[in-house]
Design a protein around this ligand. Sequence first.
Ligand code: GLU
Length: 433
Amino acid sequence: MTITRFAPSPTGRLHIGNIRTALHCWLWARKHGGRFLLRIDDTDAARSTEAFVDAIRTDLDWLGLARDGEERQSARLALYETQFDLLRAAGRVYPCYETPEELDLRRKVLLGRGLPPIYERPAPDTPVPADRAPHWRFRLDHDAAIAWTDLIRGPQHFDPKTMSDPVVRRADGSWLYLLPSVIDDIDMGVTTVVRGEDHVSNTASQLQMFAALGSAPPAFAHEALLVGSEGKLSKRLGSLDCDALRADGIEPLAVVALLARLGTSDPVEPVESVAPLVDGIDFARFGRAPARFDIAELESLNAKMLHQTPYAAVAARLPDGMGEAAWTVIRPNLTRLSDAHDWWRIVTGPLAVAAAPEDADFLSAAARIAAGLDWTADPWRALTTALKEGTGRSGKALFLPLRRALTGLDHGPDMAALLPLIGRSETVQRLSA
Ligand code: GLU
């Protein structure tokens, strides 16, 4: 069974890049009838907060990304300890005593000599400082070539001799991300790891950790990063947080429709449900170039999707009393669903509009005609036809003063459809005012 996991650190709100990864994990699991898990990577106790854990759940709920399970790394420390002991007994993790300053100096010396700054393992007879607790590195097997076929990037090769043994545990006993993630992926039965391409070199080390722990590795899909007009997206770009999008009135399905396709060879297009996105996800169709996220594209997709949203899908979120006929008239004018409230206020009134003096007589005539019309037929057509004949006005001079008097605006929904919603008495009142 396909099992994916989304593994955020609860050190901030989900931003558009995390959401994209979560979405792809979810789509992949759904497409294959598998399971989508949330793993809270909270081993960094100082930076992780419960509020961010809750916010991650809220954001995923809002996006409709239901989980089939949730784990937290802080609750799994005993498992890490056992696996660490196994690796240590097998000589695959070893203690290191260098201070950060010493490491930094060594790195500079190597770079100064034009050499790659690869960590040099201490000679076996190196004395152990009595006053220092060790941190721990994973011993890469220099003889085992590292290769995998990435679902997005294709064949990948790393030579372990060109890599530093990664630090997996700090001197205070706390964990770095690399090893617990592998232990969890094994324990949780993860079959496909989907994450950003900034993790590619981590994967190279982690593949050897899977092997050292006696497990076959999962498949990997490393996504090209998302870039915005502001450059690389990061947690610092607050304007692109999930809650900001929600507060801004963007529909979650629009976010999902955009992020499912951005950076793939499939077009970004409006959808009425996630079904076509689930069917269509295919990592082979993801490009390797950075995908560009443009908030204007999201807004435009949001609007297009609203314009085709059926009444039943939004009825509960519409203003009281706003029925299907009104929704159908108003929806082509929306960029946000919340705009429906403004339009509904324009329909229901009261509306105070000061008419231009030169239109006063024209509007009085309109009020008189409107009062006598058959409101069940096409009152807008009847009104404008009668006015045209009576006043000789046509085009903009005919339509614009009416639209202004009736809506207070120069643009908006089709007046023929709007007028029956406004109703006779309100129409007459607005025209007479
Ligand atoms: N917590 C890691 C991160 O946010 C997870 C990476 C992974 O998916 O393995 O970068």
